[in-house]
Design a protein around this ligand. Structure first.
Ligand SMILES: NC(=O)C1=CN([C@@H]2O[C@H](COP(=O)(O)OP(=O)(O)OC[C@H]3O[C@@H](n4cnc5c(N)ncnc54)[C@H](OP(=O)(O)O)[C@@H]3O)[C@@H](O)[C@H]2O)C=CC1
Ligand SMILES: O=C([O-])CC(=O)C(=O)O
Length: 434
């Protein structure tokens, strides 16, 4: 697939009629794009191994142009003339992989609606799929256009990460192969690791130098590490593994047990891996500003039931639903991004899997580990201070750390650190596996 951008001059005739000279070989999708304070552009995407045809203005035959374009994205209008858009920020590029999957089916519409980046933030969605999912991706694009989101200025689809990640300011890496029946975890690490190594290389070459990368596809911590190691030109700090769903799950359980609404629960940390070794921290968590242990006077529940419930919530949901968490995962991706683009409330923090490089908690260096973070709202973060770690918490954290170190040894061939040696703990599982 190819993507071509044309300048305003080349496309100005589109104000009235536009058609594309296509041959039967070409399946061209074009969208006319308007950027605030920028030239209008047309973006043409052509299915795999095809090249864009030349564009010739025609006075008639609008039915053909309509068929070849995605509805509203085929129309153009002068953004400069629109009062409302004058206060908008510059367009940002948001790349999403696994865009035809279940999580993306919820997430993309949240991104396009403005609920993630704000009601003054126009966005371009760059959707990464595969030959397998290309038709479905076209369907996704059609649903996006039918949703009439004013802030959604561009939609493009491709199976080439070098195209999709071009100038990306955010890369939300969701696509990954699910662990099938009988598949060893080591095989899953290798198969998905290769996807994330390739995507890391592509980000390294074409993405914005300050791109923020959120890895969702499992096993997300180690996939994030692989991606990061293959993108040495991008700050290691910019890579995240999604553990916000786990934090949200923990908040929900604490709120239910205490009989309070979830907004009274704060300072919840998920430590470690997004797996069944993850550690939901009830030592530092607070309810109505008080330590959880002072509000929930049930140590056995906290140490056993609560922890286990959060660790295996994904699997419990699969048993009910027959498929893994998609809507709540999309919500947690939104939460995770919003936590980086809005200042963290005083005294609180949020969990995200980040690269361990000089942490003060005594976590092993050079892995992606979920920890408590705070942000000024500029997309960056710092590790939270004033966190207590007692022997009980430390022992649990060590188990998740050991698992991540083992995963790292398993993918050494993908991180440029020599030969892989896989000695994963037997009981290691994703939250969705049981
Ligand atoms: N971190 C977290 O908290 C959570 C993570 N997850 C993980 O998110 C990922 C996506 O979940 P979800 O959207 O529900 O999954 P889906 O199965 O609906 O979509 C996954 C997408 O991954 C892509 N994919 C890439 N490579 C392969 C491959 N080799 N085989 C099959 N599909 C592939 C497919 O798209 P295409 O064909 O376009 O490549 C597919 O559309 C999973 O890895 C899941 O485990 C899920 C919930 C929570
Ligand atoms: O295991 C899965 O694919 C689903 C998952 O991560 C979760 O529900 O937390």
């Amino acid at each position: 697939m190819a993507v071509t951008e044309l300048t305003h001059l080349e496309t100005s005739f589109l104000h009235t009629q536009l058609s594309f000279k296509t041959t039967r070989l070409f399946n061209t999708r074009c969208q006319v794009l308007g950027r605030p304070r920028n030239a209008n552009k047309v973006l043409c995407s052509v299915s795999t191994n095809q090249v864009p045809s030349t564009i010739t203005p025609q006075q008639t035959d609008s039915s053909k142009s309509k068929r070849d374009c995605y509805g509203v994205f085929c129309l153009t209008y002068d953004l400069e003339a629109e009062e409302k858009t004058k206060s908008w920020k510059s367009l940002i590029n948001v790349a999403v992989s696994g865009a035809a999957g279940m999580i993306s089916n919820h997430l993309l519409f949240k991104l396009a609606s403005g609920e993630v980046f704000g009601q003054d933030q126009p966005i371009a969605l760059k959707l990464l799929g595969s030959e397998r999912s290309f038709q479905a991706l076209e369907g996704v694009a059609m649903e996006l256009e039918d949703s009439l989101y004013p802030l959604l200025r561009e939609v493009s689809i491709s199976i080439d990460p070098y195209e999709v990640f071009q100038d990306a300011e955010w890369a939300l890496l969701i696509g990954a192969r699910p662990r099938g029946p009988g598949m060893e975890r080591a095989d899953l690490l290798d198969i998905n690791g290769q996807i994330f190594a390739e995507q890391g290389k592509a980000l390294n070459v074409v993405a914005s130098r300050n791109v923020k990368v959120l890895v969702v596809g499992n096993p997300c911590n180690t996939n994030a590490l692989i991606c990061m190691k293959n993108a040495p030109n991008i700050p290691a700090k910019n890579f995240h593994a999604l553990t916000r769903l786990d934090e949200n799950r923990a908040k929900c359980q604490l709120a239910l047990k205490a009989g309070v609404f979830y907004d009274k629960v704060s300072n919840v940390t998920i430590w470690g891996n997004h797996s069944t070794t993850q550690v939901p921290d009830f030592l530092n968590a607070r309810i109505n500003g008080f330590p959880v242990k002072d509000v929930i006077n049930d140590a056995k529940w906290l140490e056993e039931e609560f922890t286990q419930k959060v660790q295996t919530r994904g699997g419990a949901l699969i048993k009910k639903w027959g498929r893994s968490s998609a809507a709540s995962t999309a919500v947690s991706i939104v939460d995770s991004i919003r936590s980086l683009v809005t200042p963290t409330p005083n005294g609180d923090w949020f969990s995200t899997g980040v690269y361990t490089n000089g942490n003060t908690y005594g976590i092993a260096e050079d892995i992606v580990f979920s920890m408590p973070c705070r942000s000024d709202g500029d997309g960056d973060y710092e590790l939270a201070k004033d966190v207590i770690i007692d022997d009980f918490l430390r022992a649990r954290i060590k188990k998740s750390e050991a698992e991540l170190l083992a995963e790292k040894r398993c993918v050494a061939h993908l991180t440029g650190e020599g030969n892989a040696f896989c000695d994963l703990p037997e009981d290691t599982m994703l939250p969705g596996e049981q």
